[in-house]
Design a protein around this ligand. Structure first.
Ligand code: MTE
Ligand code: MO
Length: 320
């Protein structure tokens, strides 16, 4: 899909303006909730206030990979999102996705391709064999903002090993649900749906790479990629694909949704790299949501100790 027309996500909107719109919106929502207009935004009110601790997710051990930095507040993590299947503005997912998916228990994930033990699992079966932990990770969006999110999940490697990839498995491809009924954003050709992402097999097997099913002690809300999503903390946020229905071992490098949309701007690797600018803006700094001054963006988002070896000898300007 190659449009000459500007797409909605290309519309130049300064990051500050975007953040300010969000702040104002949030102020407005808080006010309307307090004066009893919450019914105009029922899902939003639910997301912000519902205390829904999940037994399964209580008292988990905190991973040694966790950052000690201050966590972004729950409200920001659940109301300032990118999830184009539910709209292209940051506030759309919280308005449209809180009740997603409608059938949580019957969510299925297919694991197939170049492996000895392919299979289809429902959500409970999929996560049962693995021990969940809390991982507090930095998340850096390609647009220039970042958050610190206390994820709950398990290493992707645990699941991949169970499927026994064969020698042809050089990459792993991930696919989001395609269901325009539930995902109104898919009714417009913003991206070539369904959203697809990919990792090289060694990146996928790296112990930092997480499959997440919750955050802040609760199951994921729709806007964060319920019921199961990827988290790859040393890469730009768009690699962390949400609401996964398929994990496939492949021999060739997958064509991701963002590469198809604009290969010049979005490469396969997409490692956080302050020295390689996006064609339309610098990647040297970022705004941590909730802070005023910008911070310097760190190479590999600060995870170089764990992942720099994966790219030894590679030209990271060419393989961006
Ligand atoms: N399926 C799907 N996954 C997605 C996206 C999306 O639009 N669709 N947006 C990505 C982007 S750009 C970012 S920054 C993160 C945001 O995750 P969060 O909203 O949970 O913070 O999700 C990523 N995963
Ligand atoms: Mo992003």
């Amino acid at each position: 899909m190659f449009f000459r027309k500007q797409k909605s996500w290309e519309i130049a909107e300064s990051e500050v303006t975007d953040f300010d719109i969000y702040q104002n919106r949030r102020q407005f929502l808080n006010t309307s909730i307090s004066i009893g207009l919450a019914s105009a935004f029922p899902s939003m009110a639910l997301a912000a206030t519902e205390d829904n601790p999940t037994q399964l997710f209580k008292g988990l051990s905190n991973s040694p990979f966790s950052t000690e930095e201050e966590k972004t507040d729950f409200e920001s993590i659940t109301t300032y999102n990118n999830f184009y299947e539910f709209g292209t503005s940051k506030t759309d997912p919280a308005l449209n996705a809180t009740a997603f998916p409608d059938k949580f228990e019957s969510w299925k994930v297919v694991i197939d391709g170049e492996c000895e033990k392919p299979g289809t699992y429902d959500y409970d079966e999929l996560i049962k064999p693995f021990s969940l932990e809390e991982r507090i990770y930095r998340m850096r969006c390609v647009e220039g903002w970042s958050m610190v999110i206390p994820w709950i999940g398990f290493p992707l490697a645990d699941l991949l090993k169970k499927a026994q990839p064969n020698a042809n498995a050089k990459f792993v491809e991930f696919t989001t649900l395609y269901d325009p009924e539930q995902m109104p954003g898919q009714r417009r050709a913003v991206l070539d749906w369904p959203y697809v992402e990919g990792l090289r097999i060694d990146e996928a097997m790296n112990p930092l790479t997480l499959l997440s099913v919750g955050l802040y002690g609760k199951e994921l809300l729709g806007q964060n990629g319920a019921p199961i999503r990827l988290v790859v903390p040393w890469k730009y946020g768009f690699k962390s694909i949400k609401s996964i229905v398929r994990i496939r071992f492949v021999e060739k490098m997958p064509q991701t949704a963002w590469m198809k949309a604009n290969a010049r701007e979005y490469g396969f690797y997409s490692n956080v790299n302050p020295n390689v600018d996006h064609p339309r803006w610098s990647q040297a700094k970022e705004r941590r949501i909730g802070e005023f001054l910008k911070r310097k963006t760190l190479m590999f988002n600060g995870y170089g100790e764990q992942v720099a070896d994966l790219y030894a000898g590679m030209d990271l300007k060419r393989y961006f």
